[in-house]
Design a protein around this ligand. Sequence first.
Ligand code: GLU
Length: 488
Amino acid sequence: MPTNTSRPVRVRFAPSPTGDLHVGNIRTALFDWAYARHTGGQFIFRIEDTDTDRVTDEYIQAAIDTLKWLGLTWDEGPEVGGPYGPYLQSQRLDIYAEWASKFLANGDAYYCYCSSEELEARREAQRKANVAPGYDGKCRSISADDLARYHSEGRKPVLRMRMPDGSTTFTDAIRGEVTFDHNFVPDFVLVRGDGSPLYTLAVAVDDVMMKVTHVLRGEDLLSSTPRQIRVYQAMGVSPDEYPTFAHLPFVMGQDNAKLSKRNGEVSIAWYRDRGFLPEAICNYLALLGWSPGEDRENVTMQELTELFTVERVHSSPARFDMKKLEAINGDKIRELTLDELLKRSLPFLKRDQVITGTDAEIALVKTALPIIHERIATLAEVTPMLRFLFAENFEIEPDSLPKVADDQAQAVLKKSLEVLTPLSTWNHDSIEAALRAALIEGMELKPRIAFGAVRIAVTGSHISPPLFESMELLGSAASLARIKAAIK
Ligand code: GLU
């Protein structure tokens, strides 16, 4: 991607943790990280927590944990520090205050005493007159009388940046040349009445002070760029030192609407708890707006860092597709070794109280995993698949009860018990041979009907791993006892 100078690449991910990071934030973090790794640059993680009403320590910690869980390690930021810290904006307030007073002293910024009621009334008038809404510059010059009155009323001013006439043009690495007419970029607030800095001030100051060379972020922030450039100008930064901007396309929900809880914009914790693998989430999110080429859909983190270029980022919106994420998750599960699958499945089985974690239980899970490895799309599915092996007080799930109760099912179960009881060798081959001979050939039943009843009797559910393997794992005593119990 084009750079203004040959400075070493420094990319930052700068969330405002006012909630859990969601799919859109993480896609940004992933692209930031991949770009830094691809170029051999530095990946900076900065917490934009100046909105103290909405940012909480829990959300900050959750953001840190999420990046760690996804494997997006940072070179500078919380917990690791770095030469341009602190990396929490709430710890940098004196830096913003210092720049704000410089802007005031230079005449780039001015105090604005307009109350919110006055501003609202004037905005209403602008709407009626069909002019672009925004601050009208009233306090750019204040008479001595007005000033005295404001002071006597105890008004606390905000600090506003003066936007000169004209326009701002910059080259976005994804969108090309972008121009903002300043008629639509009114003078904006840098510092609130209580002295706290606004996002536009803090983000621009930090990007300069932290020597950020590339800003890859969501398209929703495109319109903030001319204001940030205005702050760079006021700081005296030369244009060839401005960061290069790349605004990533929106991520839409399946129905082309904005992402919502229903179609994906939920926290990454939601996916983790449902057994999505971090490498699958990263792989899938990487495809939202970027492609590795040649219709490839499966990329490792290593390949992502090798292949990631901004030139391959599309400018059109990407669509979140849960089905595709599940398919990729299933593929990544199948790429795991059995030992790795075991390690990752155990927390789910413990959480769901299927096992407590004894050596014997773990050994049984390990034996059972090969028969479900091909069949699960998430780690959480291990629970319904393997519960039957451990159920101490085994019960058939209520929905499935009618399927073992009718006459035909009862006949199947009686016949099965009769042919399985004398089996001297209990393995899936001998079980299958006995049941096929008795039910399919002997009773002339369709496999779905015949084995369906046995499956429910033995596993308690119509969804389970392959029947004969399941019965082998469960053992003859428990299998026969369950069939007996299902016979009225
Ligand atoms: N803190 C901003 C946000 O979370 C993003 C800042 C930026 O990337 O410029 O919306």
